[in-house]
Design a binder for this molecule. Structure first.
Ligand SMILES: *Cc1c(COP(=O)(O)O)cnc(C)c1O
Length: 223
């Protein structure tokens, strides 16, 4: 992959806009989260200078450290996109503007406690739509009970569902995962859909994504 972060970001933005146009959706209906995990703060500054404001990080300590290092960047929003252990919640609770991998009630309760007195944290519940053994995320059948409990917690705002489906080059299959997530969100009355990465964000937009999480296409391959 070639070009500066600003150039790659511009190319991704164009592709997002084109996908929105094809889907008959306004471009403002999709938030592009630039996934900066394992990438240096200097590259985040480059993306910020090019107008990017939403950034995604997977690892709790990395998010905490980068948030401290980049505290001077006004209006930057951090999205915690990886699963959290309960004892790491404290690292992201203060700095995150969104949490995309909620899948355990203990984590929800801890986050709720740590957000007391601040604005409610927009949360996406992660769903395992691929039925994989090893992946994080709730089984679709467990969603109803989970939401009933999580919605009652102060300090959290349950806004949508999130998924990271198994990678596939089979377009029909990828679409199927996204459609499953969309139907689940509709069934449970949630407006947000955090889905689609470098590999498949255009497809995800066609299937209704409100947030796409794109790393490699903006910052290059990770080590
Ligand atoms: C790393 C990651 C992404 C970004 O993946 P790319 O293929 O680099 O675009 C998106 N979502 C989650 C949950 C991730 O862990």
């Amino acid at each position: 992959m070639s070009g500066s972060v600003a150039e790659r970001l511009a190319a991704v933005r164009e592709r997002v806009a084109a996908a929105c146009a094809r889907a008959g959706r306004p471009v403002e209906s999709v938030t592009l989260v630039a996934v900066s995990k394992l990438k240096p703060a200097a590259l985040i500054r480059e993306a910020y200078a090019a107008g990017q404001r939403d950034f995604g990080e997977n690892y709790a300590q990395e998010l905490r450290d980068k948030a401290a290092e980049l505290a001077d960047l006004e209006g930057l929003r951090w999205h915690a996109i990886g699963p959290l252990q309960t004892n790491k919640v404290k690292y992201v609770a203060r700095v995150a503007g969104g949490f995309h991998a909620l899948d355990r009630l203990e984590v929800a309760k801890e986050m709720s406690k740590r957000r007391e007195g601040t604005s409610p944290l927009p949360c996406y519940v992660e769903v395992n739509v691929g039925g994989e053994d090893t992946k994080s995320g709730l089984e679709p059948g467990a969603l109803g009970d989970f939401l009933a409990e999580a919605r009652a917690l102060p300090g959290l705002q349950l806004v949508g569902l999130m998924s990271l489906p198994p990678p596939t080059d089979d377009e029909a299959r990828a679409r199927g995962y996204f459609q499953t997530l969309r139907e689940l969100a509709r069934t449970h009355g949630l407006p947000g859909l955090s889905m689609g990465t470098t590999h498949d964000f255009e497809l995800a937009i066609q299937e209704g994504a409100t947030v796409v999480r794109v790393g490699t296409a903006i910052f290059g391959e990770r080590a």
